[in-house]
Design a protein around this ligand. Sequence first.
Ligand code: AHG
Ligand code: MN
Ligand code: MN
Ligand code: MN
Length: 334
Amino acid sequence: MTLTRFLIEQQRLNGTIPAQLRLLIEIVARTCKAISHSVNKGALGGVLGNHGTDNVQGEAQMKLDVLANEMVLDANEWGGHLAAMASEEMETIHLIPNRYPKGEYLLLFDPIDGSSNVDVDLSVGTIFSVLTAPDDASGRTVVESDFLQSGRRQVAAGYAIYGPQTLLVLTVGSGVYEFALDRELGSWVLITERLRIPSGKREFAINMSNQRHWSPAVRRYIDECLAGADGPREANFNMRWTGSMVADIHRILKRGGVFLYPWDGRDPKKPGKLRLMYEANPMGFLIEQAGGRATNGVTPILDVAPDALHQRIGVVMGDPAEVDRVAAYHDGDV
Ligand code: AHG
Ligand code: MN
Ligand code: MN
Ligand code: MN
């Protein structure tokens, strides 16, 4: 089954995908195909290396960060399904030009996630989140505060991962669906329906180099994983860290485990590295839809009321038993 047929049948069966949302998802999926093509060309396409500019995050932008950002903007401006867009790579929101009709949806995206991996040929991805513009926005110009909605209000979320395969993982609130790109036909083909996170996998993902900066609760949790079968967990744990949230979360959705990019004390002004609106919220929606848990270490990420477009947040997500254990250690009640 192709993505188009899946979306039409979901609308017929559940009524969860109105025509404008179906158009939005199809356009984003088509853009991810084009981004995958650029990623795969790499040096041969002249897309590697730094762009020579910094983004609002204070990060040096890669050429692909900027190229993919432009590709998403260009592909979504004219369709009449969007009120505005926001991205990791843009300081403020991008309005739909007056020459085009406007729609009810807000698209937030991380055009290339894991971009530090682009030049070393490791998997990277594109993350997207869809909100609905406030009712009163239809008669006025959309403003940044219209985007500041909690993750519970997402109507769709997903990512593409550009790895050995190119995959699209999507939810519209009725489960998680995985599609593989058939390059010969150019279509997204459904390969997994209602994906569920396997439980009990003894595997954690964290950047250990930050260990000295973690909270006592996170240090305790990781120390116990490292203590293995002789320690309080009475089990040996494995560790994986790819530097691309998309790759780590995809692995957890497929084989279980837990992902942590927790608050750390390196910069007390920053509650974490990952961004709430276009990394933690869409991934949190997918993880919850697959039967997992997603918190900031203590409370559900999707319940966090945003106060800034690019705000950061600590992230612990994956196997509910592991995520709940981290929260219990923060509460100090075990
Ligand atoms: P981005 O490339 O969109 O800026 O995101 C990178 C993020 C995330 O993908 C990954 O999990 C994390 O940065 C890795 O951070 P470290 O390099 O500090 O491990
Ligand atoms: Mn970045
Ligand atoms: Mn990212
Ligand atoms: Mn990015």
